[in-house]
Design a protein around this ligand. Structure first.
Ligand SMILES: C[S@@+](CC[C@H](N)C(=O)[O-])C[C@H]1O[C@@H](n2cnc3c(N)ncnc32)[C@H](O)[C@@H]1O
Length: 273
């Protein structure tokens, strides 16, 4: 079977696979290193009281709920995702966290939003753009629903930089590539944004990169490998036994303190003309 990005084709997955992705998104949002990357752009945005924030591809709402839980957030956060399963979880989690009055979630397709133009002050794509079918169409929609003078934020990984150390360097590199290809429809898209943003009337204000690395121990990259290795196997990209051995070896490296994994993440802040 050819590689099928699980987040792009989420509505094809069974309950068990969806449950694993919900767990991954929730644990990722709690990861200190990853949460810091979100915090960095939220601080830079300096959101005023009454701000209307919108997230495309909000998943379980982990990112917007993190925003809505902040004591200094005095606005409204809305999220849209194509997965009814994720949206049900997002609203359930928001109710349980007593933030249901300022964080609301519903289903929708990022390529064609059922939302009037200029509805929001800030529009965010947090690890969405690497998964969608047509990134340019999604950027066009983000630019349409943000008000003139409003901000668009695109945050995602550059997945050709995703790497796990492995004693067999050749197989390790093939596994890195297989993980990126099986998991992301657009693994290199973050390199294209300086060109794509202006095409949609978005002026680049700021952009930066962060290397996320785990050395010795693994948590963020442990959950990444455990969640996405099944998709490498499903795509039959490498022999199953070798892939299983790779995962066992990564777990052993985490136990004995010899683990190494890293990936670069980029944040773009752009203003609508
Ligand atoms: C890696 S998850 C990120 C979720 C969330 N932004 C977060 O950071 O926790 C990618 C999400 O994009 C959603 N997605 C992919 N393509 C989409 C589309 N065309 N329209 C709406 N959501 C989409 C998936 O359903 C999935 O929830």
């Amino acid at each position: 079977m050819p590689a099928r990005d699980p987040h792009r084709f989420i509505n094809e997955l069974d309950e068990e696979a969806l449950g694993r992705l919900v767990a991954r998104l929730e644990s990722r949002a709690k990861d200190a290193v990853f949460a810091r990357l979100f915090e960095k752009y939220v601080q830079r945005l300096a959101l005023p009281p009454g701000v209307r924030v919108f997230e495309v591809g909000c998943g379980t709402g982990a990112t917007l709920r993190m925003l809505a839980r902040r004591s200094d957030f005095a606005g409204v956060a809305c999220g849209v995702d194509q997965s009814p399963h994720f949206i049900e979880a997002a609203n359930r989690f928001a109710q349980a966290e007593n933030i249901g009055d300022r964080a609301v979630f519903r289903t929708g397709d990022a390529h064609g939003l059922d939302i009037p133009a200029a509805s929001f002050d800030v529009v965010i794509a947090h690890t969405l753009i690497s998964h969608v079918t047509e990134p340019a169409k999604v950027l066009k929609e983000m630019a349409r629903v943000v008000r003139p003078g409003g901000m668009v934020v695109v945050f995602d990984g550059d997945y050709s930089s995703l790497t796990y150390a492995y004693p067999d360097h050749d197989f390790g590199q093939r596994m890195d590539r297989a993980l990126a290809t099986a998991t992301f429809n657009n693994p290199l898209i973050m390199r294209d944004l300086p060109r794509l943003l202006p095409e949609h009337g978005l002026t680049l204000l700021d952009a930066w990169g962060d290397a996320v690395a785990e050395i010795g121990r693994g948590s963020y990259f442990k959950s990444f490998a455990e969640t996405y290795v099944p998709y490498v196997k499903r795509a039959e990209m490498l022999p199953d036994q070798a892939v299983d051995r790779w995962l066992d070896d990564q777990c052993r490296a985490m136990e004995n303190g010899t683990f190494f994994a890293a990936c670069n993440y980029y944040t773009y802040l752009a203003r609508k003309a």
